[in-house]
Design a binder for this molecule. Structure first.
Ligand code: 5GP
Length: 337
């Protein structure tokens, strides 16, 4: 455990509003309302219920709850800092954070992204050991017009923050919306140089999975229902599959750890990375995910290191940044010899 805890890890699939654990939600509620307030005690009551295991739909209700706490500029900025703090505490050296720009009475989608970008900049000073990148998300349950605005903002901010905004994520409730409706705007984003990470085969939907695989992506989110042929296709393109064990179990898309598709991906020697998805909502850490993979599938220490180096290679970091990350891993491993 100690080895995995201190290993300088790489997190490639983490949703901002899903990455706030109970402790961070409390800190956030305290910052926003003060610990003596009625609002604070009511929120704490709701946190208790928050911890129950559930299905995919119930998970989306949990997100709605967190979104209430991040619906102001102050809440959103502090939440960004707290999410980064928690990954830094878990010795994550590199984090690709995704988030869906939202608009409400307190901020526009443009301001949402500005707040998150500024909060990442601030967090850099407090947590210098973690390098954070941002992937704006498209929520497939929302209209295509919103996706178009998100891509347009991502392209604009990628100009002013070329080292921070690297790609676009397609997520949201997989039972809603149609991939084909979003394909044109995703294609435009890719043509303009943004990488694409698509939640794909998260539920059983073979027609859509084929569409997505033919469209192509830089990394595949979840990939739970991929067939052996799909896996071979991704492998032939060196497209990594982001495996989120606890998330898949708690949201009910995989029946047990033993049946998790990580096993099939390892057997097929397909590119894969271990990720948390929503460390807060699913009450996990990247260390814990490695531990589960180790205990369930008997991964050796060398295999855990190899998976971390695989994540370095499949990240969207620059060549120089990847070299620095890999060197940190190597130095750490050497210190244990
Ligand atoms: P946010 O984008 O608000 O920072 O992070 C939470 C959002 O990410 C959720 O409302 C949802 O749209 C998306 N999300 C988080 N986890 C998952 C997941 O496991 N599957 C899918 N499809 N979307 C997710």
């Amino acid at each position: 455990l100690q080895f995995l805890k201190e290993l300088p890890k790489v997190e490639l699939h983490a949703h901002l509003n899903g990455s706030l654990g109970i402790g961070s939600l409390r800190d956030l509620a305290e910052r926003l309302h003060g610990s003596a307030s009625e609002e604070f005690s009511q929120l704490c009551q709701r946190f208790i219920r928050f911890d129950r295991d559930s299905d995919l739909d119930a998970c989306f209700e949990k997100f709605a709850f967190v979104h209430e706490l991040t619906s102001t500029a102050e809440g959103l900025r502090y939440a960004t800092e707290l999410a980064i703090r928690d990954f830094a505490r878990d010795n994550v050296q590199y984090l690709e954070l995704r988030t869906t720009p939202k608009a409400n009475g307190n901020y526009s989608r443009r301001e949402y992204l500005q707040h998150v970008l500024e909060a990442i900049g601030e967090a850099r000073k407090i947590y210098p050991n973690i390098l954070v990148k941002l992937l704006p998300s498209i929520n497939r349950a929302e209209p295509v017009a919103v996706a178009e605005e998100t891509v347009s903002l991502a392209l604009e901010f990628a100009q002013s923050h070329p080292d921070l905004i690297l790609g676009i994520d397609l997520s949201g409730n997989p039972g809603k919306g149609r991939f084909s409706d979003f394909a044109p705007i995703l294609s435009l984003a890719r043509d303009q140089g943004l990488k694409l990470v698509l939640h794909c085969a998260e539920i059983e939907n073979p027609v859509e999975v084929k569409e997505m695989l033919n469209f192509g992506m830089s990394r595949c989110g979840h990939g739970t229902f991929l067939t052996p042929e799909d896996i071979a296709q991704l492998k032939s393109r060196n497209t990594a599959i982001e495996c989120c064990l606890t998330s898949n179990i708690k949201s009910g898309t995989v029946p047990s750890l033993e049946e998790h598709h990580l096993k099939r991906l390892m057997e097929a020697d397909a590119p894969k990375v271990i990720c948390t998805d929503d460390s807060g909502v699913f009450d996990t850490t990247l260390t814990q995910e490695f531990l589960l993979a180790k205990e369930t599938f008997g991964l050796t220490r060398d295999q855990c290191v190899a998976l971390t180096l695989e994540a370095v290679q499949h990240s969207f970091a620059s060549v120089e940044e990847k070299q620095v990350m890999a060197a940190k891993v190597k130095k750490y491993v050497d210190s244990w010899q």
